[in-house]
Design a protein around this ligand. Structure first.
Ligand SMILES: Nc1nc2c(c(=O)[nH]1)N[C@H]1C(S)=C(S)[C@@H](COP(=O)(O)OP(=O)(O)OC[C@H]3O[C@@H](n4cnc5c(=O)[nH]c(N)nc54)[C@H](O)[C@@H]3O)O[C@H]1N2
Ligand SMILES: Nc1nc2c(c(=O)[nH]1)N[C@H]1C(S)=C(S)[C@@H](COP(=O)(O)OP(=O)(O)OC[C@H]3O[C@@H](n4cnc5c(=O)[nH]c(N)nc54)[C@H](O)[C@@H]3O)O[C@H]1N2
Ligand SMILES: [Mo]
Length: 767
């Protein structure tokens, strides 16, 4: 029998769910996608597996004693309860916290990628709900590139807008000669785009560039951070030393007279404040290629030759988002920009700078775009969000003061944490510290589909549906497609849509009418779609009516005729098209940032030693730098329980790459179980010995479901038990995950079983 097909889209691409006898048996890639992602294959098996949450659950101690007693979180069994009981319990608690402590005591920042879909977007639903109740403490910026999105607006312009205005790969192919990629251009990451890519375009974009003669340099600890077919030159610098390499390149340009003074004068401010630092006039230390070589371990001659080549050719400096996720992560973006400004090619076709080519599918894609309507969240009356990655700091230091982007602020005293659509036990650094912080609030709630780390560390667990169990449609402001998302199967167990969960709470708290506006799911989809259609019409793009769209399954915006060249308008007329910076120009020196007076982010880009790195004191005890990159076989922690993600494991554990020299020195062979550790924590992983990773670096991707034993050892290989929980600087307070030293040893003795894909202990249902 042929399966019935239901169109849908995920953050990793568009598919049709194949349904036979009421079960999803496969995910057939969208025919219009030339390079579909295999990640979809992991979905069917996970849909109703053993770790699916089928009923509302309450932590046993919480059910017995009420709010508080947070030390039981993550340790006690759960008790199944009925939906009415769970919602009554939670509504009462929300009311209590609001009355006793005020809305700022409710944290609903709830960072995370959730699922594609305009209506069933977990965070939008959560925020809409709490805004109707008087607000919540939210979160600012992202884990992806917080340091970049805070520094770049001061010195170049609004970061989100820049991301969609990137020079197309097709223009690089036609006009470019050289791409120097700091952090590489990993194709594995281009599988993904927030809101869902209709067609994957990075592979073709890069291949066209290579075919037309563009050369690539991969400045990264991993050789395969660029595709094989690019034949890239690999410069494996020590992690977190990019700024030193960039300074060395800039110094060579300057002393050789290869920089572009006319560009610096016309389009930039502050080069005169930066040069004395570069030449060493201020500190007696020229930032020359020899200086950079000592820090980065890239030979000085290589740095000098590369600088000359960059000046001689049409060059794009590509900066991966990962560079922002290290201590002082503001600096690589600011210094990369300064280097590009010295080359003077910004605004020319195929030259200049890029932030995140191939970090996701959309950057550099040659597509038209539109900002599609989303569920209205209303206005948050609590006006002090926290920088997103300061969650553990917030919970550990209620009332504590901190700096952020020129402001002095204080953390709220949070009593209730509500998460929907993200997994802090995936994304946050130093999970042992998070576990301690997590004990503090009175109540922790989540809407989740699976027993992952978040659900296990919650008091009230409300089972959420997944994309395949509801109707929706997608549309990303960075992608060209809109997709219908048809419900393929009924909800698993008693799972409910986030919208229905919040409707149930809203009824109990007297705001149901305002929350639903009297609309059903079908009404909402039509309503949101019609607003999008109207917006398109204003731009003279004709869209079909909703019914036709729903039947067709997708709509594609027309392909633009002209290649996009970022900053070409600014280059053509800097007075007429100034940048949205204080000076209207590129700010190599920023008076505004200098005015903040931060030692960890002064007025121009500088090399600052990271808290941990191979050249630092900590390397004596922990001599390996941990790179926790994005996982190839899944998105973050999503569908780690599915077959595709599990096919990438070694002995059932996340695979850790070690260089042959480092492995041999430790008696580690391919396939061994190893233990990674530092002063913050430890985890097991399965060794892959490969020369694709630089010496003294280990690579353990993110996303293995957190699986601590009684001692805190993660049996499964979640790198965040090891990473550093420190703000990038007083400016952005972003995450510093890529700044992390570890030691690795072969695991001796019996290998503990991985428990991540078994549910926690569950008691008999409550009466
Ligand atoms: N060490 C280290 N850590 C990192 C990074 C790193 O490079 N190194 N990268 C960071 C980055 S860039 C990011 S973006 C973060 C990602 O961190 P997250 O975005 O938090 O990770 P996800 O696994 O995508 O979490 C999404 C969760 O939402 C749930 N979910 C999906 N759909 C729905 C829904 O419709 N409703 C509800 N209620 N839940 C749903 C999923 O089951 C999953 O648990 O991780 C960060 N952490
Ligand atoms: N398959 C898949 N794709 C994804 C995701 C996923 O979970 N799975 N997540 C998506 C998300 S949310 C984001 S934000 C993007 C992130 O996109 P990126 O930030 O580009 O991705 P990463 O894999 O974290 O890092 C890319 C590479 O940077 C290198 N690197 C690490 N530290 C340093 C350093 O100090 N210097 C240099 N030069 N290189 C360094 C590592 O070798 C790593 O492989 O990926 C997106 N794409
Ligand atoms: Mo991200």
């Amino acid at each position: 029998m042929a399966p019935t097909l239901f169109p849908t889209i995920t953050h990793w691409g568009a598919y049709s769910a194949e349904v036979l006898d009421g079960r999803v048996v496969g995910m057939r890639p969208f025919a219009g996608d030339a390079d579909p992602s295999p990640i979809g294959a992991g979905m069917p098996q996970a849909l109703d597996d053993a770790v699916r949450i089928r009923q509302p659950m309450v932590r046993a101690g919480y059910l017995e004693h009420g709010p508080g007693h947070g030390e039981g979180r993550g340790r006690e069994p759960f008790v199944p309860v009925s939906w009415p009981r769970a919602l009554d319990l939670l509504a009462t608690e929300i009311g209590r916290v609001k009355r006793r402590h005020g809305n700022a005591a409710i944290f609903a920042g709830s960072y995370g990628w959730a699922s594609a879909g305009r209506f069933h977007h977990a965070q939008s639903q959560l925020h809409r709900f709490f805004n109707l109740l008087g607000g919540y403490t939210g979160s600012l910026d992202s884990y992806s590139y917080a340091a970049g999105e805070v520094v770049i607006p001061h010195v170049l312009g609004p970061f989100q807008q820049i991301l969609v205005e990137h020079t197309s790969w097709s223009a690089i192919a036609r006009h470019g000669q050289l791409v120097v990629a700091f952090g590489g251009l990993p194709l594995r990451n281009a599988q993904v785009s927030n809101g869902g890519p209709g067609a994957h375009v990075q592979r073709d974009g890069m291949r066209e560039a290579r075919d037309r003669g563009v050369r690539f340099v991969n400045l990264s600890p991993l050789r395969d951070d660029v595709a094989d077919f690019l034949d890239a030159e690999w410069l494996a610098a020590r992690p977190n030393t990019d700024v030193a390499v960039m300074l060395g390149l800039a110094h060579t340009l300057y002393v050789d007279g290869l920089h572009d003074p006319a560009f610096l004068t016309r389009y930039c401010t502050g080069i005169d404040r930066f040069l004395p630092y570069l030449t060493g006039a201020v500190d007696g230390r020229p930032k020359d290629a020899d200086w950079a070589a000592a820090i980065s371990e890239i030979p000085a001659a290589t740095i000098r030759a590369l600088a000359r080549r960059m000046a001689a050719q049409r060059t794009t400096i590509a900066l991966s988002w990962s560079l922002t996720r290290g201590d002082h992560g503001e600096q690589p973006y600011w210094m990369g920009l300064t280097l590009a400004a010295m080359l003077g090619q910004i605004g020319l076709p195929g030259g200049g700078i890029g932030f995140g080519y191939s970090s996701v599918n959309s950057v550099g894609a040659h597509t038209d775009r539109m900002t599609w309507p989303s569920l209205e969240q209303g206005v948050n009356a609590v006006r002090e969000p926290i920088p997103v990655a300061r969650i553990a700091d917030m919970l550990l230091n209620p009332g504590g003061a901190y700096d952020y982007n020129g402001r002095r602020r204080a953390y709220p005293d949070v009593k209730l944490v509500y998460w929907a659509g993200g997994n802090p036990f995936h994304h946050h650094q130093d999970l042992n510290r998070l576990v301690r912080a997590w004990r503090r609030p009175d109540t922790v709630v989540c809407n989740e589909a699976w027993w992952n780390g978040l659900a296990r560390h919650s008091d009230i667990v409300l089972p959420a549906t997944t994309t395949l169990e509801r109707n929706d449609f997608s549309g990303s402001s960075r992608e060209a497609y809109l997709f219908a998302m048809h419900r393929a199967v009924p909800p698993i167990g008693e799972a409910r849509n986030d919208h229905d969960i919040f409707t149930g709470l809203a009824q109990r708290l007297g705001v149901a009418e305002r929350f639903t506006e009297g609309r059903t799911e079908a009404d909402w989809l039509r309503h949101l779609y019609d607003r999008g259609r109207q917006r398109a019409a204003e731009r003279e793009v004709a869209m079909p009516g909703f019914d036709e769209f729903w039947k067709d399954g997708c709509f594609r915006l027309p392909t633009p005729s002209a290649h996009q060249i970022m900053f070409s308008d600014f280059r053509a007329d800097p007075e007429g098209n100034p940048l949205k910076t204080p000076s209207g120009r590129i700010e190599i020196f920023s008076e505004r940032i200098a005015g903040f007076g931060y030692a960890d982010c002064p007025g121009h880009p500088v090399w600052l030693e990271p808290a941990e790195w191979l050249g630092g004191a900590g390397a004596a005890r922990h001599p390996l730098h941990l790179v926790s990159c994005q996982p190839e076989h899944r998105l973050h922690s999503q569908y780690d329980n599915g077959g595709y993600s599990r096919s990438g494991k070694v002995q059932g554990r996340e695979a850790v790459w070690l260089n042959p020299t480092d492995a041999a020195a430790r008696g580690i062979a391919d396939g061994d179980v190893v233990r990674l550790h530092n002063d913050r924590g430890a985890c097991l992983a399965g060794a892959v010995v490969t020369d694709k990773v630089r010496r003294c670096v280990v690579r353990l991707p993110t996303g293995a479901w957190y699986d601590p034993d009684e001692t805190g050892l993660c049996r499964h290989g979640n790198p965040n038990v090891l990473t550093l929980d420190k703000g990038t600087s007083s400016l952005a307070q972003g995450p510093s995950a890529q700044t992390c030293l570890v030691q690795v040893e072969r695991w001796q003795g019996p290998v503990p079983k991985v428990r991540a894909f078994e549910p926690p202990p569950i008691l008999a249902p409550a009466k």
